[in-house]
Design a protein around this ligand. Sequence first.
Ligand code: SF4
Length: 280
Amino acid sequence: MSPKVTRLSATRISTYEQCPKYYDFEYVTRERRAFTPVEWEVGSIVHKALAQLFEQVRDRHRATVPKIGNAAWHKPVVERLAETLRQSVQSGEVRIIRQEVQLEHYLQQIDSAIAKFNTKVLPSLVEHKVAGIEADLGKYTLAGVEIVGRIDLVTMQGANVYVHDWKTGKRRKEDERQAKLYYFGCLAKYSRSLITYRLYHLLEEGDITETYAFPQDAKARLEEELKAFIAQVEGTQALQAKPSVLCYWCPHGSHCPEGSSFMAEHSVPSPEMVLDLGIS
Ligand code: SF4
């Protein structure tokens, strides 16, 4: 039977593009994941630590983000989450796919991402009003379906609304589509015309910030793209497997015959290969 699309997100679309069968496991039959790749946990810990920082600012009844004097503010939070990560790796709940890479490498990535946030992002947020932390898009619909997504941070300064998104994965061509979905979602949610959407690539060197703003006609084009995507998914009789090196990171690989065959014939790719792991 053809799957009915009632909700969409940037992640759902890129999951389908990566492998329709993976989309089926995640969003149609909703199979239990066998494990979580460690790279996803790195992103999750960075997001949790940054969310706690802004929650504390808000809970102290600060109208705006103050200058944070302690560069090690994140240590207690990250140490606690890192300990949970160690236990999850030991139990197999979280998996290190590249066996030659030690857990310490991933723990260092968490520290590097937050250090970059402290030096390259936090100073630019001073005096901004915190308007949302891990906020949803509200009841936003486009192309007849609900658009779902979590916005890492929303701040306001004067008449401007700034939407901030932390990334620990590689830059991807799909980033712009996510930016568009969130940009138009926030235009509707915050009823302001001055929206700036920023993606911060916290594990990259050099300029880590990508800033997006879109003309109104981009929304009509986005809607057409979404309609075409929905028609493609709903017009499919069976969501077919599309095996690739990404099968190693797929939490459903152990009960996917096509993925299992692919992994039996191919080795884990080298770290130099640019992978889209679908993490945010
Ligand atoms: S293991 Fe590979 S082929 Fe199977 S669902 Fe996952 S990504 Fe698709």
